[in-house]
Design a protein. Sequence first.
Length: 274
Amino acid sequence: MATLLMCNPLFYDVTYSINPWMRPTEVPTDRSLAQRQWDQLVQTFTDLGVRVEVIPGRANLPDMVFTANAGLVSGKRVVLARFKHPERQPERHFFGDWFATHGYTIVDFLDDHSWEGAGDSLVGAAPNGQPEYLYLGHDFRSDWQAVTHPGWRTFLPTHRVYPLKLVDPYFYHLDTCFCPLQRGIALIYPPAFLPEQIACLEQEHGLTLLKVPEADARKFACNAVCVDHSVVIPAGCGATRELLRSAGFEAIETPVTEFIKAGGACKCLTLRLE
Ligand code: ARG
Protein backbone atom coordinates (compact mmCIF):
# COMPACT_ATOMS: atom_id res chain seq x y z
CA MET A 1 0.00 0.00 0.00
CA ALA A 2 1.37 3.43 -0.91
CA THR A 3 1.92 5.88 1.92
CA LEU A 4 2.10 9.64 1.54
CA LEU A 5 3.33 12.22 4.04
CA MET A 6 1.20 15.36 4.14
CA CYS A 7 1.27 18.42 6.40
CA ASN A 8 -1.95 19.94 7.70
CA PRO A 9 -2.54 23.47 6.38
CA LEU A 10 -3.30 25.09 9.74
CA PHE A 11 -0.54 27.67 9.15
CA TYR A 12 -0.68 27.69 5.35
CA ASP A 13 -0.75 31.13 3.72
CA VAL A 14 1.04 33.20 1.10
CA THR A 15 2.98 35.81 3.08
CA TYR A 16 6.20 36.15 1.06
CA SER A 17 7.20 35.60 -2.55
CA ILE A 18 9.88 33.09 -3.59
CA ASN A 19 8.35 32.12 -6.95
CA PRO A 20 6.36 34.08 -9.57
CA TRP A 21 3.02 32.53 -8.50
CA MET A 22 3.22 34.05 -5.01
CA ARG A 23 1.72 37.54 -4.96
CA PRO A 24 0.58 37.93 -1.35
CA THR A 25 -0.98 41.35 -1.73
CA GLU A 26 -2.69 40.94 -5.11
CA VAL A 27 -3.74 37.31 -4.73
CA PRO A 28 -4.64 36.57 -1.09
CA THR A 29 -5.43 33.04 0.00
CA ASP A 30 -8.71 31.86 1.44
CA ARG A 31 -7.47 29.79 4.36
CA SER A 32 -10.72 28.02 5.17
CA LEU A 33 -11.11 27.05 1.51
CA ALA A 34 -7.49 25.81 1.57
CA GLN A 35 -8.35 23.57 4.52
CA ARG A 36 -11.39 22.16 2.70
CA GLN A 37 -9.37 21.52 -0.48
CA TRP A 38 -6.64 19.79 1.52
CA ASP A 39 -9.23 17.64 3.36
CA GLN A 40 -10.72 16.66 0.00
CA LEU A 41 -7.28 15.73 -1.34
CA VAL A 42 -6.67 13.50 1.70
CA GLN A 43 -10.08 11.88 1.13
CA THR A 44 -9.26 11.31 -2.54
CA PHE A 45 -6.07 9.44 -1.60
CA THR A 46 -7.83 7.48 1.13
CA ASP A 47 -10.54 6.42 -1.34
CA LEU A 48 -7.75 5.12 -3.63
CA GLY A 49 -6.41 2.96 -0.80
CA VAL A 50 -3.43 5.22 -0.05
CA ARG A 51 -2.36 5.65 3.57
CA VAL A 52 -1.81 9.28 4.56
CA GLU A 53 0.57 10.19 7.40
CA VAL A 54 0.18 13.73 8.71
CA ILE A 55 2.93 15.95 10.14
CA PRO A 56 1.63 19.01 12.03
CA GLY A 57 2.19 22.39 10.40
CA ARG A 58 4.20 25.02 12.26
CA ALA A 59 3.55 28.71 12.85
CA ASN A 60 5.48 31.03 10.49
CA LEU A 61 6.27 28.18 8.08
CA PRO A 62 3.39 28.65 5.62
CA ASP A 63 5.02 26.52 2.89
CA MET A 64 5.59 23.50 5.13
CA VAL A 65 2.35 22.12 3.69
CA PHE A 66 4.38 21.29 0.53
CA THR A 67 5.92 18.11 1.96
CA ALA A 68 7.31 17.09 -1.44
CA ASN A 69 10.17 19.45 -0.66
CA ALA A 70 11.06 17.81 2.68
CA GLY A 71 13.42 15.28 1.13
CA LEU A 72 13.62 12.05 -0.83
CA VAL A 73 12.79 8.72 0.77
CA SER A 74 14.04 5.25 -0.12
CA GLY A 75 13.03 2.47 2.24
CA LYS A 76 13.75 3.74 5.73
CA ARG A 77 16.41 6.23 4.56
CA VAL A 78 15.84 9.87 3.72
CA VAL A 79 17.96 12.63 2.22
CA LEU A 80 16.69 15.84 3.84
CA ALA A 81 16.24 18.92 1.68
CA ARG A 82 18.52 21.93 1.86
CA PHE A 83 16.14 24.76 1.08
CA LYS A 84 17.37 27.55 -1.10
CA HIS A 85 15.41 30.39 0.49
CA PRO A 86 15.79 31.42 4.15
CA GLU A 87 11.98 31.53 4.42
CA ARG A 88 11.80 27.73 4.16
CA GLN A 89 15.08 26.70 5.78
CA PRO A 90 13.65 26.15 9.30
CA GLU A 91 11.36 23.42 7.87
CA ARG A 92 14.37 21.10 7.67
CA HIS A 93 14.52 20.84 11.45
CA PHE A 94 10.85 19.83 11.82
CA PHE A 95 10.91 17.34 8.95
CA GLY A 96 14.18 15.92 10.28
CA ASP A 97 12.59 15.41 13.70
CA TRP A 98 9.61 13.67 12.16
CA PHE A 99 11.76 11.26 10.16
CA ALA A 100 14.04 10.52 13.12
CA THR A 101 11.13 9.73 15.43
CA HIS A 102 9.56 7.53 12.75
CA GLY A 103 12.61 5.29 12.46
CA TYR A 104 14.27 6.78 9.37
CA THR A 105 18.02 7.10 8.91
CA ILE A 106 18.96 10.56 7.72
CA VAL A 107 21.47 10.49 4.90
CA ASP A 108 23.38 13.73 4.43
CA PHE A 109 25.89 14.27 1.66
CA LEU A 110 24.84 17.57 0.15
CA ASP A 111 27.02 19.94 2.19
CA ASP A 112 25.75 23.45 1.57
CA HIS A 113 24.33 22.88 -1.90
CA SER A 114 20.65 23.64 -2.20
CA TRP A 115 18.35 20.83 -3.26
CA GLU A 116 14.59 20.76 -2.66
CA GLY A 117 13.70 17.14 -2.14
CA ALA A 118 11.15 15.21 -4.16
CA GLY A 119 10.00 18.49 -5.69
CA ASP A 120 13.14 18.29 -7.82
CA SER A 121 13.67 14.50 -7.75
CA LEU A 122 11.43 12.05 -9.58
CA VAL A 123 11.87 8.37 -10.24
CA GLY A 124 10.80 6.99 -13.61
CA ALA A 125 11.42 3.92 -15.67
CA ALA A 126 11.64 2.81 -19.27
CA PRO A 127 8.56 0.96 -20.66
CA ASN A 128 9.80 -2.48 -19.53
CA GLY A 129 10.68 -1.14 -16.08
CA GLN A 130 14.45 -1.13 -16.70
CA PRO A 131 16.54 0.87 -16.31
CA GLU A 132 15.14 3.09 -13.62
CA TYR A 133 16.07 6.76 -13.70
CA LEU A 134 16.40 9.35 -11.00
CA TYR A 135 15.44 12.61 -12.69
CA LEU A 136 16.88 15.63 -10.88
CA GLY A 137 15.61 19.12 -11.76
CA HIS A 138 18.02 21.99 -11.39
CA ASP A 139 18.92 25.57 -11.34
CA PHE A 140 15.94 27.41 -9.90
CA ARG A 141 15.98 25.63 -6.52
CA SER A 142 18.49 22.80 -6.71
CA ASP A 143 22.13 23.46 -7.56
CA TRP A 144 24.10 21.73 -10.28
CA GLN A 145 26.57 20.56 -7.59
CA ALA A 146 23.70 18.90 -5.70
CA VAL A 147 22.15 17.12 -8.69
CA THR A 148 25.50 15.85 -9.96
CA HIS A 149 26.71 14.72 -6.53
CA PRO A 150 28.09 11.15 -6.48
CA GLY A 151 26.10 10.55 -3.27
CA TRP A 152 22.99 9.76 -5.36
CA ARG A 153 24.66 6.62 -6.71
CA THR A 154 25.10 5.33 -3.18
CA PHE A 155 21.60 6.38 -2.10
CA LEU A 156 19.89 4.76 -5.11
CA PRO A 157 22.48 2.35 -6.54
CA THR A 158 20.16 0.79 -9.12
CA HIS A 159 19.05 4.11 -10.63
CA ARG A 160 20.67 6.14 -13.38
CA VAL A 161 20.86 9.83 -12.58
CA TYR A 162 19.66 12.22 -15.26
CA PRO A 163 19.72 15.96 -14.45
CA LEU A 164 17.00 18.03 -16.15
CA LYS A 165 17.54 21.76 -16.52
CA LEU A 166 14.43 23.87 -15.89
CA VAL A 167 14.12 27.03 -17.99
CA ASP A 168 10.77 28.68 -17.12
CA PRO A 169 10.56 30.43 -13.71
CA TYR A 170 6.86 29.52 -13.41
CA PHE A 171 7.92 25.85 -13.47
CA TYR A 172 10.74 26.13 -10.96
CA HIS A 173 10.51 22.62 -9.45
CA LEU A 174 10.70 19.49 -11.61
CA ASP A 175 7.35 18.20 -10.29
CA THR A 176 5.56 21.29 -11.62
CA CYS A 177 6.23 20.26 -15.23
CA PHE A 178 7.05 16.51 -15.30
CA CYS A 179 5.41 13.44 -13.85
CA PRO A 180 6.55 9.90 -14.70
CA LEU A 181 3.50 7.61 -14.44
CA GLN A 182 3.90 3.91 -15.28
CA ARG A 183 4.94 1.75 -18.24
CA GLY A 184 7.33 4.42 -19.49
CA ILE A 185 4.57 7.03 -19.81
CA ALA A 186 4.97 10.54 -18.37
CA LEU A 187 3.10 13.83 -18.25
CA ILE A 188 5.25 16.75 -19.32
CA TYR A 189 5.11 20.44 -20.24
CA PRO A 190 7.89 20.62 -22.87
CA PRO A 191 8.51 24.44 -22.90
CA ALA A 192 9.80 24.17 -19.32
CA PHE A 193 12.80 22.14 -20.60
CA LEU A 194 15.60 22.29 -23.15
CA PRO A 195 14.44 20.73 -26.45
CA GLU A 196 17.46 18.42 -26.57
CA GLN A 197 16.54 16.96 -23.20
CA ILE A 198 12.96 16.29 -24.31
CA ALA A 199 14.41 14.44 -27.32
CA CYS A 200 16.65 12.39 -25.01
CA LEU A 201 13.72 11.37 -22.81
CA GLU A 202 11.83 10.15 -25.87
CA GLN A 203 14.60 8.66 -27.95
CA GLU A 204 17.14 7.39 -25.44
CA HIS A 205 15.02 6.67 -22.37
CA GLY A 206 12.12 5.41 -24.51
CA LEU A 207 9.48 7.43 -22.68
CA THR A 208 6.06 8.12 -24.15
CA LEU A 209 5.46 11.77 -23.30
CA LEU A 210 1.91 13.03 -22.80
CA LYS A 211 2.49 16.66 -23.71
CA VAL A 212 0.26 18.91 -21.65
CA PRO A 213 -0.93 22.16 -23.31
CA GLU A 214 0.03 25.47 -21.74
CA ALA A 215 -3.44 26.24 -20.33
CA ASP A 216 -3.44 22.99 -18.32
CA ALA A 217 0.24 23.27 -17.40
CA ARG A 218 -0.56 26.64 -15.81
CA LYS A 219 -3.21 24.88 -13.72
CA PHE A 220 -0.44 22.50 -12.60
CA ALA A 221 -1.70 19.50 -14.58
CA CYS A 222 1.78 17.91 -14.34
CA ASN A 223 1.73 18.19 -10.56
CA ALA A 224 -0.02 14.84 -10.41
CA VAL A 225 0.00 11.80 -8.15
CA CYS A 226 -0.22 8.41 -9.84
CA VAL A 227 -1.82 5.56 -7.87
CA ASP A 228 -2.02 2.42 -10.02
CA HIS A 229 -4.14 3.48 -12.99
CA SER A 230 -5.56 6.56 -11.33
CA VAL A 231 -3.88 9.94 -11.62
CA VAL A 232 -4.89 12.68 -9.21
CA ILE A 233 -4.69 16.07 -10.97
CA PRO A 234 -5.95 19.61 -10.25
CA ALA A 235 -9.56 20.33 -11.27
CA GLY A 236 -10.15 21.98 -14.63
CA CYS A 237 -7.48 20.19 -16.68
CA GLY A 238 -9.78 18.69 -19.31
CA ALA A 239 -7.18 18.26 -22.05
CA THR A 240 -4.90 16.40 -19.64
CA ARG A 241 -7.81 14.22 -18.54
CA GLU A 242 -8.23 13.15 -22.21
CA LEU A 243 -4.48 12.60 -22.69
CA LEU A 244 -4.47 10.35 -19.64
CA ARG A 245 -7.56 8.47 -20.80
CA SER A 246 -6.04 7.77 -24.20
CA ALA A 247 -3.00 6.28 -22.43
CA GLY A 248 -5.11 4.00 -20.22
CA PHE A 249 -5.22 6.10 -17.04
CA GLU A 250 -8.18 7.53 -15.19
CA ALA A 251 -7.84 11.18 -14.13
CA ILE A 252 -9.29 12.13 -10.77
CA GLU A 253 -9.69 15.88 -10.55
CA THR A 254 -9.61 17.71 -7.24
CA PRO A 255 -9.71 21.48 -6.53
CA VAL A 256 -6.41 23.00 -5.31
CA THR A 257 -6.81 26.66 -6.33
CA GLU A 258 -5.65 27.99 -2.94
CA PHE A 259 -2.37 26.09 -3.14
CA ILE A 260 -1.68 27.14 -6.73
CA LYS A 261 -1.44 30.68 -5.32
CA ALA A 262 1.76 29.53 -3.58
CA GLY A 263 3.03 27.73 -6.68
CA GLY A 264 2.04 24.20 -5.73
CA ALA A 265 -0.72 21.61 -6.23
CA CYS A 266 -1.60 17.93 -5.70
CA LYS A 267 1.87 16.38 -5.92
CA CYS A 268 3.69 19.17 -4.04
CA LEU A 269 1.36 18.53 -1.10
CA THR A 270 2.59 14.94 -0.76
CA LEU A 271 5.81 13.06 -0.15
CA ARG A 272 5.98 9.38 -1.03
CA LEU A 273 7.08 7.16 1.86
CA GLU A 274 7.74 3.44 1.35
N1 ARG B 1 5.72 28.20 -2.20
C1 ARG B 1 6.47 26.99 -2.28
C2 ARG B 1 7.89 27.30 -2.75
O1 ARG B 1 8.05 28.20 -3.53
C3 ARG B 1 5.79 26.02 -3.19
C4 ARG B 1 6.48 24.69 -3.26
C5 ARG B 1 5.88 23.75 -4.28
N2 ARG B 1 6.43 22.48 -4.15
C6 ARG B 1 6.77 21.65 -5.16
N3 ARG B 1 7.18 20.48 -4.88
N4 ARG B 1 6.72 22.05 -6.41
O2 ARG B 1 8.83 26.68 -2.33
